[in-house]
Design a protein around this ligand. Structure first.
Ligand code: NI
Length: 190
C-alpha cells in the first residue's frame, strides 16, 4: 500500500527508530511495512525510503535504483531490503554528493559521504547481509541509514550555499556533478 511520506518539519522524522527484535523479523507487521515501503518508494520514484519517512519507528529501509528519472546518473542497485542495518566506514576518503530526499521537497544540497562502507544487516527474509559498498551507491545507503537515526541530508550539508531547487540543479549544477559521478563510478564500479 502506498503510504503518505512525512515531510521536513514533521517531528517523527527526527525520532531515532527502534531495532526490530529477531523474533519479529518475519512477523506480519514487518512484512507489511516492507511491502508498503517498496510500494511508496516506487510510486514516488525514490532511490530508497526508510520506515521513519512513513512514520514507522522501526529500523527498516528499502533501496532500489533502476531507470530513475529523479537520478538518471545513478548506477543501478537491485531491490534491497535492510532490517537493523549498520554501516562502518572502510576509508576516511569522502566524496561530495548532491543529494535529494522524498521528505525534503524540491531541495538538493552537497553532502560528504564515505566512498566505501561495510554494510551489516538482515534482509527481508532474516538472512544476514555482510558486504562492502563503494562509490555513489555507498552514498545512497548512508543517506537511507541516516533516516533511521532521525537525520536528514540537510543536517549534513556543510555549505548552505550549495542548496538548490531541482530546476536550478538541472540548470546550473548537474553537468559538473555528473562528471564527478562518472569519475567516481569508473573508479569504484558503483
Ligand atoms: Ni531521504
Amino acid at each position: 500500500m502506498i503510504r503518505p511520506i512525512l515531510k521536513l518539519g514533521d517531528p517523527k522524522l527526527r525520532e531515532p527508530a527502534h531495532e526490530v527484535p529477531r523474533a519479529q523479523v518475519a512477523s506480519e507487521k514487518i512484512r507489511t511495512l516492507i511491502d508498503d515501503l517498496i510500494d511508496t518508494m516506487r510510486d514516488a520514484c525514490g532511490a530508497g525510503i526508510a520506515a521513519t519517512q512513513i512514520g514507522e519507528p522501526h529500523r527498516v529501509c528499502v533501496i532500489e535504483v533502476g531507470e530513475n528519472p529523479r537520478y538518471p546518473y545513478k548506477p543501478k542497485i537491485p531491490l534491497t531490503v535492510l532490517i537493523n542495518p549498520r554501516l562502518t566506514p572502510l576509508t576516511e576518503e569522502t566524496f561530495a554528493n548532491y543529494e535529494g530526499c522524498l521528505s525534503v521537497p524540491n531541495l538538493r544540497g552537497v553532502v560528504n559521504r564515505f566512498v566505501g562502507v561495510r554494510l551489516e544487516a538482515l534482509d527481508g527474509n532474516g538472512m544476514e547481509i555482510d558486504r562492502e559498498l563503494w562509490g555513489l551507491s555507498a552514498g545512497t545507503f548512508q543517506h537511507e541509514l541516516d533516516h533511521l537515526d532521525g537525520l536528514l541530508f540537510t543536517d549534513r550539508v556543510v555549505d548552505p550555499a550549495s542548496f538548490t531547487t531541482w530546476e536550478n540543479f538541472d540548470l546550473h549544477h548537474k553537468a559538473a556533478f555528473v562528471q564527478r559521478v562518472e569519475a567516481l563510478v569508473s573508479r569504484f564500479g558503483a
